[in-house]
Design a binder for this molecule. Structure first.
Ligand SMILES: [Zn+2]
Length: 173
């Protein structure tokens, strides 16, 4: 079993990264996807699972980043999509800031409410290629070479991931 803690490789890009919080970084699971607590990247092994499921990867203009359009396991369900909070009463006029303040909100003098809505069909995750180790880079290249990666419009990467060298044939395409 993999340790839940890691050091995000993207910390290396920011000399100030350790100033506020040295880590260790974590993989936080949300909607069935593990995400790096430092940079928000998907876990590399979850990316490979998504590729095996033919999930569409969305190319970006960055050579270190790809979007992953995951099917939302909660699609159509009513879920929390946001929140709103504030003082229950206007400090100047004393008027309630919400027409439907509950007893608890009136007692506390504040409201903290969830905003509910229908979960979308797709979760827009992202993956940062810095999270691949050498072995995972090779696995990804092999999958690309056998065209086992579902790449969304225009069907190829605008810029190849930084660890991939385009062959001459591909460059002259
Ligand atoms: Zn990270």
């Amino acid at each position: 079993m993999e340790a839940a803690e890691h050091r995000c490789p993207r910390r290396a890009e920011n000399p100030m990264a350790d100033r506020t919080f040295k880590g260790p970084d974590r993989w936080d699971e949300r909607d069935g996807v593990r995400r790096c607590s430092y940079c928000g990247s998907m876990h590399p092994e979850d990316l490979f699972l998504a590729i095996a499921d033919r999930v569409e990867l969305g190319p970006t203009d960055k050579n270190y980043k790809v979007y992953v359009h995951l099917p939302n396991p909660k699609a159509g369900q009513i879920v929390q999509i946001g929140s709103e909070s504030g003082p229950a009463y206007n400090v100047v006029t004393g008027e309630p800031n919400k027409p439907d303040l509950s007893l608890w909100e009136r007692f506390r003098g504040r409201y903290d409410r969830k905003i509910m809505g229908k979960a979308s069909a797709t979760l827009h995750a992202k993956f940062y290629f810095q999270h691949f180790d050498d072995d995972q880079q090779m696995r990804f290249i092999n999958l690309l070479n056998v065209k086992a990666v579902n790449i969304g419009f225009p069907g190829h990467f605008y810029r190849l991931p930084f660890f991939i060298q385009a062959s001459k044939a591909e460059r002259s395409e």
